[in-house]
Design a protein around this ligand. Sequence first.
Ligand SMILES: [Zn+2]
Length: 218
Amino acid sequence: MSGFILNPVARVIEGADERFNHVFGGPGGHKGTTPKNCEAPLHFLYSFDTTDPAFAVRIPGIRHIPLYYSFPYNAGACGYRILSEDEIEVLYMETKKLERNFPYENYPSEFPERKVRLLPISYEHHKTLVFYLQADKDALSDDDRQLILDEYHYPFTQIGGIHKMWQDIPRIRCPDPSCANHKFECFMEVFAVIWNQPVKGVFLWEIPEKARFSWQKD
Ligand SMILES: [Zn+2]
């Protein structure tokens, strides 16, 4: 578990927000998304509008924080920094070898664009969620099970709070070689975890027929 930001905590759901400009999918549009000596750009996942108080991370001079990921590169780790509203710099790729038809056959080069919004998770509900992540659903009361599974539809993309990652929290160094923390593996924190089906019908890792878990099948 990792809990770098304990307040605010939010889940990301599909739907337009009149006040804030959060986006899932589409081309992304930043410069610098094809890593050096690589064949294809990173996949654009989200852009989060940091003027939304439900989003916890702030970067001076940057309004929108883009999340990109290296799916066809064996879903290895990647690291980048955000240079401006429209440019990132990829600093680290675990592997630069592009896999064909990975993570699954006919993997898209970009995901369909959707408006998304952030719904805050209250302190009480966050406690329930963390208990569920630790103890699983059999430990929950009927009311709590209804909250987490029926109302919240866990798993979902979660921003802030205590996170669970299926392969545990990775220990990685800051990808910027000029950073004072570059030599340490203990200073990188998790602020968001993105689920396999971030919006309806879009699968990042496993397509429904192959999904191990029934909750991914709708
Ligand atoms: Zn750093």
